[in-house]
Design a protein. Structure first.
Length: 242
């Protein structure tokens, strides 16, 4: 199978991390497609913000717009059907006896990587980009660098090809993720991600906080807010909020 070394597929949920990864890919590759998953997530509002985010990035960055290709959304409802987690039900978010939060959906990223590779294979795309991270995360084992490397090996062996899985955020925290966005697209990109992306586990978009939309109480909102404050402190303020 011939894979285009200048093409990338971005796992694009509609959140801050994946939006930053999309910009990262557009800055590096000549053709970039996006992939989202509908797995019955309680914060499915993230699926609704994906298209407006893509449109906003295209409008603000014409050079990137020329590279942005097709968007794909795959139905993985079966994952929600076999999961009893706080991300696939209305259960209260809490820590479990095994030390993991009940927002962990077992097998989620493993399935995401597998379906992304299957799609990339058919689309002739060599590079797969994901926003998983070991620095600021909830301890999810399928976000670890070792997991990604193992998946890359398994996918390449199983499909007899040479995909490259990229994790631009693996070793940086949320403040540095905001800084990465600023370095890629300046305040215009930061503002698009701040106002257009969605991270809140509860799916709340009624209030726009300084760091973006959300309930301001769930772990995802707390992490995003903490990262934003660190970013603003490092940059000495940000004019888009003035």
């Amino acid at each position: 199978m011939s894979l285009d070394p200048n093409a990338a597929l971005v796992l694009f949920s509609g959140g801050q991390d994946s939006a930053t990864c999309l910009a990262w890919a557009l800055d590096r590759f000549g053709r970039v497609e996006t992939l989202g998953f509908d797995y019955g997530q309680r914060h499915r509002i993230e699926l609704a913000v994906r298209a407006p985010l893509r449109q906003a990035i295209s409008a603000a960055f014409p050079a990137w717009a020329a590279k942005l290709g097709e968007d794909h959304v795959l139905d993985l409802a079966v994952l929600g059907q076999i999961s009893n987690t706080a991300l696939t039900s209305d259960a209260a978010i809490a820590m479990q006896a095994n030390g993991l939060p009940n927002t962990f959906v077992p097998g989620r990223n493993l399935l995401f990587f597998t379906f992304a590779a299957a799609l990339a294979y058919r689309r002739g795309i060599k590079h797969i980009v994901t926003g998983v991270c070991e620095t600021d995360y909830s301890g999810y084992p399928d976000c670890r660098d070792d997991t990604v490397k193992a998946m890359q090996l398994a996918l390449n062996l199983g499909m007899d090809t040479r995909f490259v899985l990229h994790t631009p955020l693996m070793w940086i925290d949320k403040a540095q993720t905001w800084s990465l966005a600023a370095g890629l697209g300046g305040e215009a990109l930061v503002e698009i991600i701040r106002t257009g992306s969605h991270s809140c586990y509860n799916g709340t978009r009624a209030t726009l906080h300084e760091w973006g939309h959300g309930c301001a109480t769930c772990p995802a909102c707390a992490l995003r807010a903490q990262g934003w404050r660190g970013f603003v402190e490092q940059t000495g303020g940000y004019s888009c909020l003035e």
